[in-house]
Design a protein around this ligand. Structure first.
Ligand code: AQP
Length: 330
């Protein structure tokens, strides 16, 4: 079975990216037998909005090093940078010619993001789901780990793949979503109704994996809470505390019930202090490894191997696609 996923290097990943995606990559790597896992840095996806060149370069390297630091093992998976395998964009174009503008305009993320950008919205934002389809179909991925917000994009991937297969003959594996059991959606520490996001202008709302430990702990201590004062998992009436319980449970593996019981009769202060320490310890572990990786020369070796493997698979697929469509001489 082949599984593929990636994260955009739009900033240092947050606790949300870690809990909602990265930790699960490690789980897949360690718990699935016979899995061919490919994890990439989705740098092409990140340029749908203006980016500072130096920042982007730095974030690409940081994300790749963090993949290793959180426990992805190059002996068990392949790590690569999307733009270093040009077949992603090549396939994306062919798929664009088999997708309709109306389909893209209906994508919720496009509607939301383009509403924010107004007249300066770029074409890449509209075609983003097609590039995502190419990321998946290029490798005949059987499963794609997706959060709630990416479900619609995976659906359109299936639609395009089926349309292509019907028109040109069996070419692509139809991917299925891999729904994550512990895929909690982590919310902003300042607004529990807004997803924690690495490009949130309010830095108090998110914790990145490379935040200074004391600052990260303070962000937890200062996270907004509700006025009820009871540590209870209640999405409707206590969304802020519920979000913190989610973080606690995901980082420790402790069940919600057990956490609620532990803090019965205690206020938010003690709960938050413990959570601050849990987050601090997790970040310390990751940052210790990250610093070792950054100092060593392992990263380039890993990314070269990953690129070569991905490229080997991608070239085979692109040749098949060209043949099916009737491109070129062969
Ligand atoms: N708050 C979150 N809780 C749980 N999972 C999350 N993910 C993102 N935010 C949360 C998951 O992380 C993966 C990678 O996301 P991405 O970087 O490709 O894009 P994104 O979803 O747009 O992430 P951000 O942090 O919000 O980035 P920006 O601010 O640049 O848009 C995905 O699997 C996503 O579900």
């Amino acid at each position: 079975m082949r599984i593929i996923s990636g994260i955009q290097p739009t900033n240092v990943p947050t606790l949300g990216n870690y809990i909602g995606a990265m930790k699960n990559f490690v789980k897949i790597q360690n718990e699935f037998e016979d899995v061919d896992l490919l994890v990439f840095v989705a740098d092409l996806h990140s340029i749908t909005v203006e980016r500072d060149r130096a920042e982007l370069k730095k974030n690409i390297k940081t994300l790749a090093a963090l993949y290793l630091a959180i426990g992805l093992d190059p002996a068990k998976c392949h790590l690569f940078i999307q733009s270093e395998v040009p077949e992603h964009t090549e396939l994306s174009y062919v798929l664009e010619c088999n997708a309709y503008i109306g389909e893209m305009e209906r994508m919720i993320q496009f509607k939301e993001k383009s509403a924010k950008e107004g007249a300066s919205v770029r074409t890449g934002l509209l075609t983003y789901p097609i590039l995502m389809a190419a990321d998946i179909l290029l490798y005949d991925a059987d499963k794609v780990p997706v959060g709630e917000d990416q479900k619609q994009h995976l659906e359109i991937t299936k639609v395009i793949a089926e349309r292509f297969n019907n028109k040109y003959g069996d070419t692509f594996t139809i991917p299925e979503p891999y729904i994550l059991k512990s895929g909690a959606r982590i919310m902003s520490l300042q607004d529990p109704l807004k997803k924690m996001s690495k490009s949130d202008p309010n830095q108090k709302g998110y914790i990145t994996l490379l935040d200074n430990i004391d600052e990260a702990k303070n962000k937890i201590r200062r996270a907004v809470t509700d006025s009820i004062g009871v540590v209870k998992y209640d999405q409707e009436n206590q969304p802020a505390v519920t979000n913190l319980i989610n973080i606690y449970s995901n980082l420790t593996g402790e069940s919600i019930e057990s956490i609620e019981k532990k803090y019965e009769g205690l206020g938010y202060k003690e709960f938050k202090e413990d959570l601050a320490n849990i987050v601090g310890d997790e970040l310390t572990k990751i940052q210790t490894k990250y610093n070792e990786i950054i100092k060593s020369d392992i990263l380039n070796k890993v990314l070269d191997e990953g690129r070569d493997y991905a490229h080997y698979l991608a070239v085979k697929k692109i040749r098949k696609v060209h043949k099916r469509v009737g491109l070129g001489r062969e």
